[in-house]
Design a binder for this molecule. Structure first.
Ligand SMILES: Nc1ncnc2c1ncn2[C@@H]1O[C@H](COP(=O)(O)OP(=O)(O)OP(=O)(O)O)[C@@H](O)[C@H]1O
Ligand SMILES: [Mg+2]
Length: 385
């Protein structure tokens, strides 16, 4: 689960977006991709930006290094408004901002080591120093043994490790990740997110993670902004958004029924259980069945076991009688497991905005040439049942 850093307090903002608007115009048509977004990311934070496709996430993140110039608004990085800089000053400022993409954007004709070396070359780092830095970086991402192979000989996860090493080459203060794990399988996603978290902790690098997957945010982010139709519709600590989503978009993003496509057939009397890693790891569903003398069925689950603690959401269907339901809710309250009840009157499955709950409850244009310039449903796991 994400660290509970306080964004308020003494944290220094390293990125401040102030009233960012971005409109794409082509002839008579105009697309308003980002609308009046203001965000602040603290130094050393891992900040998530989540939303469905077309929400404006990539456009917004590309405004941070001015790959997209906002139509209006200010982009303040490390105290400097990038929109006021000359081209030369901007190139220098971008060395402080690394970027990684879903499609890795590696140079296929260069070996792994030479991909990582590329930004060092363009920055004029002397050869011996560059050699040493490449070795350090490949060690950091556990790829020392792949230095001399070509990208085509690597797995997706390994390619992304190369891209991460390349993004770190110039010691940036910030790394922007645009759907960096979306092309990877769940296990590889996990290991790449682990790597990003380790780099954040070891190097103190601030990371902005763009994703459409709540589980990515859950695994590594401290805070998250939810985007819809170009706007930030909700922002907060991951735990708070996860447990008590305020916007319809956030609710849809965390609702496993949406993710599995089973939402239309969601039965009535459904509870959404939210596991945040704070509950005991003792079996939940089998214990609940015994203690409450009530059979429940699991409608869907989007949970995983991270560090021995359960994280994620589970939808269960309760028996229709009120007495059984009351026993189940009392049991969950006692266990400190957060839950929301579905609203059967809407055909089942729609979670009310403030339901009962336990208190604890394509970055297309950027190719490798600007690399430095820019810079389970695992039901048993949850209860070991
Ligand atoms: N260069 C462009 N020219 C015109 N419209 C654009 C351009 N780039 C993005 N858009 C439009 O801006 C809106 C936001 O797109 P954006 O790529 O930022 O969304 P996204 O949230 O990253 O989506 P996805 O999850 O699919 O990557 C979309 O309507 C898109 O069509
Ligand atoms: Mg995108």
């Amino acid at each position: 689960m994400p660290k509970d850093k306080t964004p308020e307090g003494n944290d220094v903002p390293v990125i401040e977006l102030r009233n960012i608007d971005k409109t794409f115009r082509s002839g008579k048509t105009a697309v308003s991709a980002v609308r009046n977004v203001s965000l602040s990311v603290s130094d050393g934070e891992i900040f998530g930006i989540i939303g469905f496709s077309g929400a404006g996430k990539s456009t917004l993140v590309r405004c941070i290094n001015l790959l997209e110039r906002p139509t209006s608004g200010q982009v303040v990085v490390d105290g400097v408004d990038l929109t006021t800089l000359s081209a030369k000053q901007l190139r220098a400022a971008r060395k402080n901002i690394g970027m990684i993409f879903q499609q890795f954007n590696l140079l296929s004709q260069r070996t792994v080591a030479n991909n990582v070396r590329f930004p060092l070359e363009t920055s004029g780092v002397p050869r011996a120093r560059a050699d040493e830095r490449v070795r350090e970086l490949l060690q950091l991402v556990d790829l020392s043994d792949k230095a001399d192979v070509y990208p085509a000989q690597l797995s997706g996860g390994q390619k992304q490790r190369v891209a991460i090493a390349r993004a770190l080459a110039c010691n940036p203060k910030i790394i922007l990740c645009d759907e960096a794990t979306s092309a990877l399988d769940p296990l590889t996603t996990h290991s790449i997110l682990d790597l990003l978290k380790r780099l954040n902790e070891q190097l103190g690098v601030t990371i902005v993670v763009i994703t459409h997957e709540m589980r990515v945010v859950e695994q590594i982010c401290d805070r998250v902004a939810v985007m819809d139709a170009g706007e930030v519709v909700e922002e907060g600590r991951v735990r708070d958004v996860f447990l008590r989503p305020q916007s319809e978009t956030a609710r849809r993003l965390i609702d496993p029924a949406y993710q599995t496509g089973s939402r239309v057939s969601l039965p009535p009397n459904t509870l959404r259980l939210a596991f945040t890693g704070e509950e005991s790891g003792a079996p939940v569903i089998s214990d609940l069945t015994v203690q409450c003398n009530a059979m429940v069925s699991i409608v869907s689950a989007n949970t995983e076991n991270i560090g021995g603690k359960p994280f994620g959401q589970m939808l269960i269907e309760m028996p229709p009688d009120a007495a059984s339901q009351a026993r189940i809710c009392a049991y969950l309250d006692k266990r400190g497991i957060s839950y929301e009840k579905s609203d059967a009157s809407e055909g089942g499955g729609r979670m009310p905005k403030q339901a009962a709950s336990a208190p604890s409850a394509q970055a297309p244009a950027s190719d490798a040439s600007n690399a430095c310039d820019t810079s389970q449903n695992d039901v048993p796991a949850i209860g070991k049942e």
